[in-house]
Ligand binder design. Structure first.
Ligand SMILES: Cc1cc2nc3c(=O)[nH]c(=O)nc-3n(C[C@H](O)[C@H](O)[C@H](O)COP(=O)(O)OP(=O)(O)OC[C@H]3O[C@@H](n4cnc5c(N)ncnc54)[C@H](O)[C@@H]3O)c2cc1C
Length: 535
């Protein structure tokens, strides 16, 4: 890879900033981070850091639910097959089997910790989503699963773990010495830059949807962990695979709310502006085809009809059922004068889930010694080239638990040391010309949407690559003093890695659709594409 980034984003000197010592540092407090924290031995000093409040994460916004074989009529083999089929020949079968077999026990744990999944007469209600051959998605509060799961997890973490929590604390970089991770450099408005020295560090920073103009992700999802790990020398892979959610609410001025796949599971039809139901013309599974197929069909239909969106229609279902099953979406739409039970809902695809990430083994170990990763920031091999709906909260639970267990066991074997490694990064001369960071951020998001969106072409990717390299040359050469600058530097880095990887993969597979190479090329590309700084 040719993207050149500095090792550290900010200047520091060990004599001029505070030092904090812990046994285990967890960066991120979404489902993966908190699940990891729950596995840390209570004898160890544990610190959990979140960029915003703990309530702000992709996890909290999850709607559809968590996939798992809990119905006696369902079979592990079928969930495995569905995952492998969606993953377009790039899933790691061993990982898929491991995660899917562990799913029921994780769902049971969540219930034991106080999560109220939707149930009737003591039986869990199971939803069905695109690509699943069976009803196997546990959900809560209708379409607000993430909110309920995170409520219960945050409550348990705060009441039962003897951990320290540092909210509104930005992790700027991982600290490394001789290729070993030894904690992180963090910042918060109260104590400024701080060295957090940790025996073991677990990275759970979530996704990167904010790099795109259209995205379902909340503002915290700027790919920080991907960029941080890249700068520190960990291997990342599959960065070209950004999953687009097919149905994101498209109303001028509204937030880009996701319209859950479960709506199609309950029979919603996709129609174009003329009311024509088009999905069967693209795939025999119709509206329940996997996400990549539906996103690509919607974009093709938008181009064909020259319209900026298509519509989801539930007008044929019982209005009471629709409003009860999808209360949050009904409320959001009602604010814009749309009755979900009667009116077609305008939708189009948006960046949703970052499949690529920091390479981890079955235990959540990265290629950087003493660094672990779990959840959306990682690449475990579960999703292949396309994530099956509702498999990501599950991955966060399984790998969070594995990484937490591994880091805990490793930290218990290390002796205490309060010696500071004399790491230092000198300041650079500040340029005199001010930079309009918002302008670059917005331009980057538009560029990514145009050039590295649902359809990609070589010439557009090449142009985007040149532009990002040009921006990187003068933005990454500066040292900023606050999260706005650091986030932009991380977004540029991750965008650069996405575009370079998308350019390199000269085939179409899963969520990666190259217009001039429309078929999968198994002979050359049935493999992961890894990136390492300076590699
Ligand atoms: C709208 C929406 C709906 C979804 N629905 C589903 C669904 O139904 N089922 C499903 O399986 N998946 C769903 N997903 C995907 C799923 O929610 C995510 O993949 C998953 O929650 C990721 O969990 P995580 O713990 O890895 O990251 P997150 O939950 O995003 O947590 C990331 C954490 O890292 C912290 N962080 C980030 N950067 C920094 C930094 N620089 N310094 C310090 N802390 C930092 C954040 O503050 C946050 O605490 C959905 C996603 C969205 C956006």
């Amino acid at each position: 890879m040719t993207l050149s980034v500095p090792r550290y984003l900010v200047p520091f000197h060990p004599k001029r900033i505070p030092h904090h010592f812990v046994d285990v540092l967890v960066i991120g407090g979404g489902i993966a981070g908190l699940r990891a924290a729950m596995e840390i031995d209570p004898r160890l000093a544990l610190l959990v850091i979140t960029k915003d409040t703990m309530e702000q994460s992709n996890s909290a916004y999850a709607q559809g639910g968590i996939a798992g074989v809990v119905d006696p009529e369902d079979r592990f083999e079928d969930h495995v097959t569905d995952t492998m089929v969606a993953g377009a020949n790039l899933c790691d079968r061993e990982v898929v089997e491991m995660v899917i077999r562990e799913a029921p026990e994780h769902i049971r744990d969540l219930i034991a910790w106080g999560t109220h999944f939707d149930a009737e007469d003591g039986h869990l209600l199971l939803g069905r989503e695109g690509g699943h051959s069976h009803r196997r998605i546990v959900h809560a509060l209708g379409d607000a699963t993430g909110h309920e799961v995170m409520r219960a997890m945050i409550q348990r973490a705060k009441s039962e773990l003897g951990a320290q929590f540092w909210p509104r604390t930005f992790t700027i970089d991982l600290l490394t010495n001789d290729g070993v991770c030894c904690g992180a450099l963090v910042w918060n408005p109260d104590h400024g830059k701080t060295f957090v020295w940790a025996k073991q560090t677990i990275l759970c920073t979530g996704g990167a949807g904010q790099i795109y103009r259209e995205s379902t992700n909340p503002s915290v999802a700027t790919g920080d962990g991907h960029a941080i790990a890249y700068r520190a020398g960990a291997e990342l892979r599959d960065m070209e695979f950004m999953q687009f959610h097919p149905t994101v609410l498209y109303i001028a001025g509204s937030s880009r709310s996701l319209i859950t796949e479960a709506m199609r599971g309950e029979g919603a039809r996709l129609v174009d502006s003329a009311g024509h139901r088009f999905m069967l013309e693209y795939d025999q599974r119709g509206e329940l085809a996997p996400r990549d197929v539906v996103s690509q069909a919607i974009v093709a239909q938008m181009e064909k009809t020259r319209q900026p969106c298509v519509f989801l229609d539930l007008g044929h279902r019982d209005p009471e059922f629709v409003r009860k099953r999808f209360p949050s979406i009904a409320k959001t739409c009602a604010e814009f004068g749309i009755d979900v039970a009667r009116d077609p809902i305008p939708v189009r695809p948006g960046a949703h889930y970052m499949i690529g990430g920091v390479t981890v083994d079955h235990e959540g170990r990265t290629t950087l010694d003493r660094l672990w990763a779990a959840g959306e920031v990682s690449s475990s091999g579960l999703h292949g080239a396309n994530r099956l709906a509702s498999n990501s909260l599950l991955e966060g639970l399984v790998y969070g638990a594995h990484a937490g267990r591994g880091a805990s066991a490793a930290a218990l074997e290390q002796r205490d040391s309060y010696e500071v490694i004399p790491l230092e990064n000198p300041p650079v001369e500040p340029p005199t010309e001010p930079l309009d960071l918002d302008d670059i951020r917005n331009s980057l998001k538009s560029l990514m949407w145009r050039a590295a969106g649902v359809h990609r072409t070589g010439p557009q990717l090449t142009e985007a690559n040149d532009t990002i390299h040009r921006w990187c040359r003068y933005v990454l050469a500066r040292q900023f003093a606050n999260p706005t600058g650091w986030e932009l530097e991380n977004m540029l880095t991750v965008a650069g890695l996405i575009v370079e990887s998308a350019l390199a993969r000269t085939e179409s597979r899963g969520v990666h659709l190259r217009s001039e190479f429309r078929e999968a090329d198994d002979a050359h590309w049935q493999r992961h594409l890894s990136v390492v700084r300076g590699g």
